[in-house]
Design a protein around this ligand. Structure first.
Ligand SMILES: [Ca+2]
Ligand SMILES: [Ca+2]
Length: 208
């Protein structure tokens, strides 16, 4: 259940970080967004659309192209997520999404101390009130000779997700070394953080 939890937290966070847009959920007999055909549009469907957008699963344009631009992309995944969130009646909307690179930030401290990582390499994106959708991003150095860390999308090394009980899951770009999720999910989560979450904070990150 842990990996599902991580994915759900991630997709919820992505919804929170994304603006929702309007679309037609129903078209004749096909329920757009109901990819697994169980009659409802839920988080499980959103996960499939995410994997289509990431080219892990064969895209189904008829069911998954929510904005009708002919392709299945992250925007469609967001649209399915938006519907699924309404359907499953999630807890109160998370208040505010915050970002920090303060070494004293509790999430940065947790990752830095647990994995012995220089806190300068870490940036936290977290929610207030805390509903367990907390992420810490680990970056590499600007170059082999630099002591400074880069905050560009290309230098993102790992994504740590921290839940309410302070369990830590780890996603990586290749899925190798991921913790708490499958390799495929790890790649998806990593890429979603890079393409959906990081661009929400252009003052903090470069190349996003
Ligand atoms: Ca479904
Ligand atoms: Ca589309």
């Amino acid at each position: 259940m842990k990996k599902l939890k991580m994915t759900i937290s991630l997709v919820l966070s992505c919804v929170l970080f994304s603006s929702l847009f309007v679309f037609n959920a129903y078209a004749e007999d096909v329920i757009k967004g109901d990819i697994n055909g169980d009659g409802e549009v839920k988080v499980a469907d959103a996960r499939i659309v995410l994997s289509m957008a990431a080219h892990i699963t064969e895209p189904d344009v008829q069911k998954a192209d929510m904005n009708s631009d002919g392709i299945v992309s992250l925007e469609d995944a967001r649209a399915v997520l938006a519907i699924s969130v309404d359907l499953v009646e999630l807890p109160e909307k998370t208040g505010e999404n915050l970002i920090s690179d303060d070494p004293e930030n509790e999430f940065i401290k947790l990752i830095s101390e647990t994995y012995k990582i220089d806190s300068k390499a870490l940036v936290a994106i977290y929610a207030v009130p805390d509903l367990g959708n907390n992420f810490v991003l680990e970056f590499g150095k600007k170059s082999a000779f630099s002591s400074e860390y880069s905050r560009s999308a290309k230098d993102l090394k790992k994504v740590y997700q921290i839940d309410l009980e302070r369990n830590i899951n780890i996603a990586t770009s290749t899925g190798i070394g991921c913790v708490g999720c499958s390799m495929g999910e790890s790649i998806l989560i990593f890429n979603l953080v890079k393409t959906v979450m990081m661009p929400e904070f252009p003052d903090y990150f470069t190349d996003v």
